[in-house]
Design a protein around this ligand. Sequence first.
Ligand SMILES: [Zn+2]
Length: 375
Amino acid sequence: MNGSSVRIGTVFGIEVRASRAWAFVILIVAFLMASNYREMHPTWSSPNLVAAGAATSALFVLSVILHEMAHCLVARAFGIQPRSITLTFFGGMSTLGRQARRPIEEFSYAIAGPGANVLLAVVYLGAEYGLRDSWPVTAAVLGSVGLINAILAVFNLIPGFPLDGGRAMRAGIWWITGSYERGTIAAAYTGQVIAAILLMAGIASVLAGSLEGVLLGFGGLYLLGRARASLGEVAMRRALEGLTVQNLWLETLPQVERSTSLIEFLRQLPPSREGAHDPHFMVVDEGVIWGIVPASRVTRIEPDRWTGMTVGDVMTPIDQIEKLSFETEIVRALEAVAAADVNELPVVDANVVQGFVGRDALMRFVASRLASDSG
Ligand SMILES: [Zn+2]
């Protein structure tokens, strides 16, 4: 995901990224709004139309970011660390450190986004009302953004996965039945129905000669894909139910002394093969584990910076790495390894590191379980 998106800043410690397609989204919205203003206000000058279109587009982007920010801040209030917000072609997407563990977490998280849009709609429409006579152009822009926020709130509350309304519905069914799985299946099925309706509406409006139907159709296809993916997630959770780290073969990692210079470390490194996985090393000092270092982290450093640096300078310290226990569920281990900046996590029992669980090994284990489950 990082390869196709660019970082645009950090707000409240949450990284905000945008896919390159967003440059087009901003331009399209500015253009559509400017031509919309021209129809509604034929007397406006061209600079006014351009400025109003651009301002509406900028406030639209801000609305999408605030929607995601509301999700993230509620998640954080429940102790779930938000990692990043990405603006994709079809809207915003938040990446969280882990999934909700209780229906109330999922429900609050889901409605926070549309809730922010409702609040923004009230503020913008109120401002439009107040400024209508003194600042007509500004008021028209605020009115449009207020309307856009109202539409965003209503659209996102449609009760089908992966829309926020679908997540809220999943939380409700989860709360009533006690089953996360049932909630997901129901929300994924209604999500597919809604996606199919969007797709058909898109095709119908293209046949009727409206090009906007193409966007509707793409939106439907996208939702269909996401809804199906969440059914896949249910299958995965079912296949991994009751399995813990105990069921895995633990790995040992080669050791490297903390004081080893980077130059020495690179000399000892076996030549890497094309496509081979990134070897991880356990950084030790007097028999104590201090951290973990992936070989790729060292090879990525510019050679002119190697002098004077040791392995200890570039490792991820052990206290910043999530530890697993033999009782940790495989699903939890997958989440932890996805959130970590190293591919190997230590398994600790009685305060002693018993071995490591690697991302590759976990993926292979999951794939073999899924294969035996469906076969
Ligand atoms: Zn949302």
